[in-house]
Design a binder for this molecule. Structure first.
Ligand SMILES: Cc1ncc(COP(=O)(O)O)c(C=O)c1O
Length: 369
């Protein structure tokens, strides 16, 4: 006898996905809130991007350019790339999803790392494939662990470099070693959402590797140092065949016109980005030292956020600190879901917010900053 199903049923595996939980925004009962939970920049976008956005508002009845030509050309000019190898998306999240949609199916495997960005797992499962999670070493991606997990079913490897929520990075020599050893049919995704902040001689976001191979993709975002998270702008640099495949399935107008205009203006204003990075790196350093001075351990970060580890003592754990900070209006990110039950992630904020967190945590720890 056939079973009668009286409502639509999602594909197997979809209801096993734990939906992404964004950073908290509110502190109940607190009037003034400092949101340091989503790695947004405290400096906002370039004034030139704001101006471009205002002008775009006069033409909202017109469909956007489905190729996002102005934005792709502006990105290409700044980074010295061929615009044909650039694809823009509604945030880099969209591009990560498209890659899974195109390269994964039931029975395939996608490799992710222990503390990796949660969107990878969601998108791999959303494509009915299996996420294979490999260990990290000292909260840093371990290339050998990735290579040891590769099977004939592996079709994609996701790697954030630098990584979120750890803030650590993998040197370019290691990334090259990974690419050289991976089977050529496996897509290696280098998610470089925080690349602009990195000032290390042994770091590269992935441009050269993409240019010299057929299976490497680099994704970037305008949500962090560019200060345009609300507009949802991401881009990808990839071999022509991968761009072609993704173009076949993406929404024909996946980028909206105000985002195209503001993104193009923002990327042309590199002087603004330089200043934003300088501000961030100054505070990243100050915050790391100040937090260590009050007895907290901080994972060394090359990004715009810090992973702060708390003592394993009653009343002093991360969840206690989270409640104490929230009661004062400082919202950090709990990272239990990333495998750090006793840590909080703090985005670099305004000077007032940064000083406030240090002071509040000093009080929490019973130490003067
Ligand atoms: C590692 C990483 N990749 C991608 C993203 C998503 O960026 P977007 O806002 O462009 O979708 C984030 C945002 O937090 C991130 O941390």
């Amino acid at each position: 006898m056939s079973v009668v199903v009286n409502e639509p049923v999602p594909r197997p595996g979809i209801l096993d996905i734990a939906a992404y939980v964004p950073g908290k925004e509110h502190a109940p009962g607190v009037a003034r809130v400092f949101k340091l939970s989503s790695n947004e920049t405290p400096l906002g976008p370039s004034p030139k991007a704001r101006e471009a956005l205002k002008q775009a508002v006069d033409h909202l009845e017109i469909y956007p350019d489905g190729q996002a030509t102005e934005l792709r050309e502006a990105i290409a000019a700044v980074h010295g790339l061929n615009p044909a190898n650039i694809l823009c998306g509604n945030g880099s999240d969209e591009l990560l999803g498209l890659l899974c949609h195109v390269y994964l199916g039931a029975g395939d495997e996608g490799i992710i790392t222990e503390h990796g960005f949660l969107v990878y797992k969601i998108q791999i499962m959303g494509a009915c494939a299996t996420p294979v999670i490999v260990k990290e070493k000292d909260a840093t991606v371990d290339v050998d662990a990735i290579l040891a997990a590769v099977t004939e079913k592996t079709k994609i490897v996701f790697l954030a470099n630098p990584a979120n929520p750890t803030g650590t990075y993998v040197p370019v020599t290691e990334i090259r070693r990974l690419q050289a050893a991976l089977p050529k049919n496996v897509v290696l995704v280098l998610d470089a959402a925080y690349a602009e902040y990195v000032r290390r001689n042994d770091y590269e976001a992935g441009l050269e590797l993409v240019s010299n191979s057929r299976n490497v993709v680099m994704t970037r975002t305008f949500s962090k140092v560019y200060g345009l998270a609300a507009l949802r702008i991401g881009w990808m640099y990839a071999p022509a065949a991968i761009i072609d495949a993704l173009n076949r399935v993406r929404g024909p107008f996946n980028m909206n016109a105000p985002a195209i205009a503001a993104g193009a203006a923002a990327v042309r204003d590199q002087a603004f980005i330089e200043k934003a990075v300088e501000y961030n790196n100054l505070w990243l350093d100050k915050l790391s030292h100040a937090l260590e001075a009050i007895g907290l351990k901080v994972t060394p970060s090359v990004t715009n956020f810090l992973l702060i580890h708390f003592p394993d003592t009653d009343g002093k754990r991360a969840e206690d600190a989270d409640a104490f900070l929230t009661s004062r209006g400082y919202i950090l990110r709990a990272v239990r879901g990333y495998g750090f039950p006793n840590a909080l992630r703090m985005s670099v904020g305004t000077e007032e917010a940064n000083r406030g967190v240090v002071e509040t945590l000093g009080e929490f720890m019973g130490r003067n900053p």
